[in-house]
Write a protein that binds this ligand. Structure first.
Ligand code: SF4
Ligand code: SF4
Length: 82
């Protein structure tokens, strides 16, 4: 089963550099049409087809540490009687 991911972007930390959008393998990050308080168009997570795997590439490349990544981990059942 492919892992599922979710990210949260702090739009007020974002400087709109577009690096995260350029590296996401699933094109799950777009740039907003509106501006944040600093006057930048922040990144927005758009994952309508649920392609985000939580790979964290976007968070690693972000120079402003504006992205938090959450990954769903599948748990295996523990056999009874162990
Ligand atoms: S965690 Fe990976 S798949 Fe998800 S938005 Fe970031 S770069 Fe894209
Ligand atoms: S890499 Fe970081 S600062 Fe650049 S657009 Fe993405 S969230 Fe904003």
């Amino acid at each position: 089963m492919a892992s599922k991911g979710r990210i949260v972007i702090d739009s007020e930390r974002c400087k709109g550099c577009e690096l995260c959008a350029s590296v996401c393998p699933h094109h799950s990050i777009h740039m907003a049409e509106t501006f944040n308080a600093k006057g930048y168009r922040p990144a927005v997570w758009v994952d309508t087809d649920e392609q985000c795997t939580g790979c964290a590439t976007c968070a690693v490349i972000c120079p402003d540490a504006a992205i938090k990544v959450y990954r769903q981990v599948a748990l295996r059942a523990v056999p009874s009687g162990v």
